[in-house]
Design a binder for this molecule. Structure first.
Ligand SMILES: Cc1cc2nc3c(=O)[nH]c(=O)nc-3n(C[C@H](O)[C@H](O)[C@H](O)COP(=O)(O)OP(=O)(O)OC[C@H]3O[C@@H](n4cnc5c(N)ncnc54)[C@H](O)[C@@H]3O)c2cc1C
Length: 242
């Protein structure tokens, strides 16, 4: 399963462990029970687990993704440190993350935005709409990129090591990682990054990943996101939890 994202990126599911029954059977082991067919009782159980934050059964589902994204997106992604590694003695469990190395492989692909967004006026971190002079922004971008990529290639031709030549490359260079995480960690990523506060580019990845989770685990993903949306609405100012 592969979805293209941005101009040259993608997310691909390499492997997965589990299905919708995995969560309910992991929970039902408490009663010494296992089911082979998903039914309405399972939907009720999954909703109960999600609403009451009994998250461990959701961690038996594991997905391995291959992601190609610009470096500035990966720097945001890398803050999601919880994956499947459980033996680390560090306070936060390190995630399963392996990345292509610009020391081995020359960098060839760079992200080019299709729209130059304005600085948001009420959120220092965010953007909104489009700048009027798209052409000027594109010209500035193209000319700088041409100079940088040309100089990088010339340094390589001179025999400069890839590990050193790459230091002049910008944050829009594409990079590739394998990221393996549990259902819970993936949904946490989607909740935080498919959000109006997140940057447009990482949001595109979160949206693609959300579609994939619906395809892979339709029942669990639907219930999880319904519960999340309800909790989010109830925590908005002026709303009360009954
Ligand atoms: C809109 C937005 C803006 C951001 N801006 C910045 C910024 O300016 N600078 C910056 O540095 N980061 C920024 N971040 C990153 C943010 O601070 C988080 O590091 C990132 O979103 C990962 O979230 P997480 O910790 O929930 O994910 P994960 O690391 O995957 O953790 C998943 C969950 O596990 C639990 N957990 C993780 N570690 C521990 C622990 N040690 N102890 C107990 N529980 C734990 C928490 O419940 C956590 O939600 C931003 C994120 C967003 C969404």
């Amino acid at each position: 399963m592969l979805k293209n994202v941005l101009d040259k990126g993608f997310i691909e599911v390499i492997d997965k462990l589990g299905n919708d029954l995995t969560v309910v059977n992991s929970a039902r082991v408490s009663f010494g029970k296992r089911k082979t067919k998903y039914d309405n009782g399972d939907r009720i159980l999954v909703r109960f687990l999600a609403e009451n934050r009994h998250y461990s059964p959701f961690r038996h589902i594991i997905v391995q993704f291959h992601v190609k994204a610009p470096e500035f997106v990966m720097r945001q992604w890398y803050k999601h440190v919880v994956g499947i590694e459980t033996s680390s003695s560090y306070p936060s469990k390190d995630h399963a993350w392996n990345e292509i190395s610009g020391r081995y492989v020359p960098v060839n692909d760079f992200y080019k935005p299709a729209n130059w967004r304005k600085q948001s006026l009420n959120n220092k971190q965010a953007s909104e709409g489009s700048v009027d002079d798209q052409l000027k922004a594109e010209e500035l971008f193209d000319s700088t990129m041409n100079t940088m990529v040309d100089s990088y290639n010339k340094l390589l031709e001179l025999g400069v090591a890839k590990e050193q030549a790459r230091i002049l490359l910008p944050l829009n260079q594409y990079t590739e990682v394998y990221w393996t995480a549990s259902f819970q960690a993936v949904m946490n990523f989607i909740e935080l990054r498919d959000d109006p506060h997140a940057q447009f580019e990482i949001r595109e990845y979160a949206l693609a990943m959300k579609d994939m989770m619906y395809e892979l685990f339709p029942e669990t993903t639907k219930i999880w996101l319904e519960v999340y949306e309800t909790m989010k609405t109830l925590s908005e100012p002026g709303k009360t939890i009954k």
